[in-house]
Design a protein around this ligand. Structure first.
Ligand code: GCU
Length: 346
C-alpha cells in the first residue's frame, strides 16, 4: 500500500509538473486531457470514452490530445477522484457509491431497492430535477458530474453457495465498495462487509480472503470473477450509476466558446456507453453461462428488500434535505414498474 501511495504521489507530481502541455512529433503544442477509469479497454465505459476522444479531436484536434488510462493504471477510483479534485487528471469515472464519501448527497442513489426497474432508474438519472443539484453540488470540492454511465444491477455471487435466501449470506465475508451505505446494507443482510477497491476482488476471492462479492454481470467476464465463482444470484439489490466527474480546474479554464462542444462530447460519451452496455451485458451473460459454466439463480427478492428497507428511512431522517429528491424518484417508480429479470419465466 505504501509503495502504491508513493507511486501515486510521484505520478501526481509528474502530472502537475508537466501540466497539460505535450509537444507532439509534429512539434505542435497540445493540451492533454486525461481520462482515467478502472475497467478494461473492452468495457462500455472505455467505449464511451473513445467516442468522447474521437469527437473532441475531430473538433479541436490541433489543440487537444485526449488520452485514456484504463484498468486502474492511475489508481483505484478513490485515488482517481482525488487526482481529479487537484486537476492532475481532467476526467474520471467513479461509482456513485464512493462519491458519497466526498459529498453525502450522492448516497441517495446508493440506497438498495431505490429504483423499481431499470426503466425507472434511467428516467430518474436522466431527469435534471433529480440529478442536477447533486451533480453540480461539488464545485467547491474540485469536481462536477457531467454525465452518468450505466452499471446495470448489482447481484450476489458467493463461492460454493447460490444466494437463494437472506440467511445464505449469514456470516459470509462479502466484498463491498468503500461506501458507508454499502457496509450498512451488508450488515442488515447478515453478511460481513469487507470494503476494498475493485481491482483487488479477484485475488481476494481466489485466495479465500472473502467468500464472494456483488456486482453486475460484466464483473464475471471482464474481470474474470466467473473463473472463481460459479453461481450468480439475481437479488437486484442496487442500480448504482457510474458518474463521469470533471475537474473544476479544467472546466473553469475552458474558453466559453468551447463549453457547449464539451457538454455535447460528454453527452456522446453517455449515449455511446449506454448503448454498448446493453450489448455487453447480453454478451457477458452468454459467455458466463456457456464458456465459464456460471449458473444464474433467481431468488424471491421480497425478503432481501424487507431486510434493507430500513436504510431508506434512516437516510431520510439523517438527511431531510434529500426527501424532495426521494419523492421525485418515487414518482418515476410509479410510472415505470416493470421489474423483470433477464431469464425470468415470462
Ligand atoms: C462496477 C462499476 C464500477 C465499480 C465496480 C466496483 O463495475 O461500474 O464503477 O468500481 O462496480 O464494484 O467497485
Amino acid at each position: 500500500l505504501a509503495l502504491f501511495a508513493i507511486i501515486i504521489l510521484i505520478a501526481g507530481g509528474l502530472f502537475l509538473f508537466s501540466r497539460q502541455r505535450n509537444v507532439t512529433a509534429s512539434g505542435a503544442d497540445k493540451q492533454i486531457i486525461r481520462l482515467a477509469h478502472n475497467q478494461s479497454s473492452d468495457h462500455p465505459t472505455h467505449i464511451g470514452m473513445l467516442a468522447f476522444e474521437e469527437f473532441i479531436e475531430s473538433k479541436y484536434g490541433d489543440k487537444y490530445d485526449v488520452q485514456i488510462y484504463p484498468s486502474e493504471l492511475l489508481g483505484t477510483q478513490t485515488n482517481l477522484v482525488q487526482l481529479t479534485q487537484t486537476g492532475a487528471i481532467e476526467v474520471t469515472v467513479a461509482s456513485n457509491s464512493i462519491l458519497e464519501t466526498f459529498n453525502t448527497d450522492f448516497q441517495i442513489f446508493n440506497l438498495p431497492y431505490l429504483f423499481e426497474s431499470p426503466e425507472a432508474y434511467h428516467a430518474a438519472m436522466d431527469d435534471p430535477e433529480i440529478v442536477a443539484s447533486i451533480f453540480n453540488g461539488t464545485i467547491e470540492s474540485g469536481f462536477v458530474t457531467k454525465a452518468w454511465l450505466d452499471a446495470g444491477t448489482r447481484n450476489f455471487y458467493v463461492k460454493d453457495t447460490p444466494i437463494d435466501e437472506v440467511s445464505d449470506l449469514a456470516g459470509k465475508k462479502i466484498r463491498v465498495q468503500q461506501s458507508p451505505t454499502n457496509v450498512s446494507m451488508m450488515n442488515l443482510l447478515g453478511g460481513s462487509a469487507t470494503p476494498m477497491g475493485f481491482g483487488d476482488v479477484y485475488t481476494a476471492i481466489q485466495s479465500g480472503v472473502i467468500d464472494g462479492a456483488e456486482n453486475n454481470e460484466l464483473a464475471l467476464t471482464e474481470n474474470g470473477h466467473g473463473d472463481v465463482v460459479k453461481n450468480y444470484s439475481y437479488t437486484m439489490h442496487q442500480m448504482i450509476p457510474d458518474e463521469v466527474i470533471v475537474s473544476t480546474r479544467f472546466l473553469e479554464a475552458l474558453p466559453e466558446s468551447e463549453q457547449a462542444t464539451f457538454d455535447e462530447a460528454f453527452k456522446i460519451m453517455e449515449e455511446t456507453q449506454h448503448q454498448a452496455w446493453e450489448e455487453k451485458v447480453a454478451e457477458a451473460r452468454d459467455r458466463a453461462e456457456n464458456d465459464m459454466n456460471v449458473v444464474f439463480n433467481y431468488p424471491d427478492i421480497e425478503p432481501f428488500k424487507e431486510a434493507v428497507l430500513p436504510l431508506h428511512d434512516a437516510m431520510l431522517e439523517a438527511y431531510p434535505e434529500l426527501q424532495d429528491t426521494y419523492n421525485k424518484i418515487q414518482e418515476k417508480n410509479e410510472n415505470y414498474t416493470n421489474n423483470t429479470r433477464e431469464g425470468d419465466a415470462s
